[in-house]
Design a protein around this ligand. Structure first.
Ligand code: FAD
Length: 471
């Protein structure tokens, strides 16, 4: 997917409530006295030991199901005061791939579980302000729940992840607005925004869980479109494909009628992939025979675009799309279209998940390599988000094995480095601090300074392997 800095996934977040590390009198876990549940149940420990990647395992000492932000603060205080040393990691929905939300000598806070959420705060559904167009949510809330709550008012957040079964806090910790300097905060539970405690606000967005735990977020809303026209077109020429993507994102300042609302793309190396989705798309003109396309080395490129509309714009939508498509250089007979409710479009990846689950293909290792920009962005004005979303299968085919796919990922990185192609990883996974220093580049000093300020003992999100706890 081509993107530029203006179009970077910036969730319109106006306010966050964050629990930061704070040095207090020593206490221990047993005297924590939380309102939620502190569990050492083997099944809780097992869940918290794993993540979506299924490649790393680390067993925590206990799992906290918090009832409120105060519970989170209690645990962080206790960890700070612990003489033996205790680390703390928030776990959203555990959709990391390399153990980023795991801890070995500490406590995992299950932000998304409903178990501890017994008090008004953590159990409360997202609170929508219709007049001021925002929604206040618990940090462990899934985007799908946010959507359900806001759509009742005909409103929706302005920007989404492709997949809605991720938590708000986990997503903001990886993607979103990146850093600036911020003011030193010494409260336990802090409210921060662009104006208030702005250093902390900017630090935690894209902060990889290093500076605090997001317990609440306020998200800007806009009127939700009713329907989506979802179009896929094919290319056999890579330059034509990228030229069109870059042209489409360059339209971002124009009125909605003159641009698409969503632009992604993918590479098709296997015809089976197309056959998977083409049955649910309609090809108005001469459905293309894939075998008849003279593909470059057997590879096709698919541009995926959408246009949102509702009753008031339904009459003009066909014309608007036609005008835009005319400016593109795809294979003329390869237009696949479908039309669906906005909510169903947002939920599209979950539908794919259900299909994969039914075939036993979801809970398998995921050596994902996903090069998206978050806090750290490539220097270029226009850059590409490249995602290799593959599953390792035990099929006996060596090219589908975890080791083979991991090795391919490493080869791609080496190739980029050798060819001078600059790359920044989204969901970065490094095992040495020097690699993190290289990853952050110019931002490292600021990142490090913030760490010393907000989590000086380095007890938060140790699964990222950026800092070593100092006990
Ligand atoms: P976890 O994986 O549980 O946690 C990730 C990190 O954030 C950990 O370091 C954890 O300690 C920290 N953290 C979690 N909650 C908090 C909190 N409340 N406060 C502070 N730190 C916290 N990402 C995108 O941006 N866009 C996508 O479209 C997208 N699609 C995806 C689709 C699938 C199927 C999967 C598996 C992942 C996808 N991701 C996507 C990646 C996703 O954003 C990351 O996995 C991210 O970590 C959020 O997932 P999570 O809520 O499960 O967080």
């Amino acid at each position: 997917m081509a993107t530029n800095k203006l179009l970077l996934m910036t969730f319109a977040i106006c306010r966050l409530i964050v629990t930061v590390g704070l040095t207090v009198d020593p206490t221990d876990l047993l005297r924590l006295g939380v309102d939620g549940q502190l569990s050492v149940d083997p099944s809780d420990l097992e869940t918290a030991s794993l993540d979506f990647g299924l490649m790393t395992r680390a067993k925590p000492l206990a799992v906290l199901h918090p009832a409120s932000a105060e519970d989170v603060a209690r645990l962080v205080r206790a960890a700070y005061g612990s003489a033996q040393g205790l680390t703390v990691s928030a776990r959203g929905h555990g959709h990391s791939i390399n153990g980023q939300a795991q801890v070995t000598n500490g406590v995992v806070i299950e932000m998304n579980g409903s178990r501890g959420r017994t008090t008004a705060e953590a159990a409360a559904r997202p609170r929508v302000s219709e007049s001021e167009r925002y929604v206040d949510v618990w940090g462990g809330e899934l985007w799908t729940e946010v959507l359900k709550a806001t759509i009742e008012y005909g409103l929706a957040p302005k920007s989404w992840t492709d997949y809605l079964y991720l938590t708000v806090g986990g997503t903001l910790s990886n993607a979103g607005i990146s850093g600036q300097t911020f003011n030193h905060g010494k409260g336990e539970i802090l409210t921060c925004s662009e104006e208030k405690n702005s250093e902390l606000f900017h630090a935690v967005l894209g902060g990889l869980g290093q500076f605090g735990i997001i317990t609440r977020a306020r998200i800007d809303l806009e009127p939700a479109p009713q329907r989506v026209r979802w179009i896929r077109v094919l290319y056999s020429n890579f330059s034509a494909f990228t030229n069109d993507q870059e042209f489409l994102i360059s339209l971002h300042g124009l009125p909605a009628s003159q641009r698409f609302d969503y632009v992604e793309g993918f590479v098709i190396v296997d015809e089976g992939l197309i056959n998977n989705w083409r049955s649910s798309f309609f090809s108005p003109k001469n459905p293309v025979k894939l075998s008849s396309i003279n593909a470059d080395g057997g590879v096709l490129y698919c541009l995926e675009i959408t246009k949102n509309y509702d009753e008031s714009t339904a009459e003009t939508i066909d014309q608007e799309i036609e005008t835009l498509l005319k400016k593109l250089d795809f294979i003329p007979t390869s237009v696949f279209t479908t039309d669906l409710p906005y909510v169903d479009f947002l939920d599209r990846v979950h539908k794919a998940e259900l299909k994969l689950r039914s075939k036993g293909l979801w809970d398998v290792p995921h050596p994902w390599w996903d090069q998206r920009s978050s806090a750290v962005m490539p220097d270029e004005e226009v850059f590409y988000l490249v995602a290799l979303l593959r599953s390792a299968l035990e099929s006996g085919d060596e090219t589908q094995s975890l080791e083979y796919l991991r090795d391919q990922n490493r080869q791609i990185l080496r190739f980029c480095a050798k060819a001078g192609i600059k790359a920044k990883q989204y969901l970065p996974h490094y095992t040495t601090q020097q690699e993190w220093v290289d990853h952050f580049g110019d931002k490292w000093d600021q990142f490090h300074k913030r760490k010393m300020e907000f989590d000086p003992r380095h007890i938060l999100a140790t699964g990222q392997l950026i800092f070593t706890p100092s006990f």
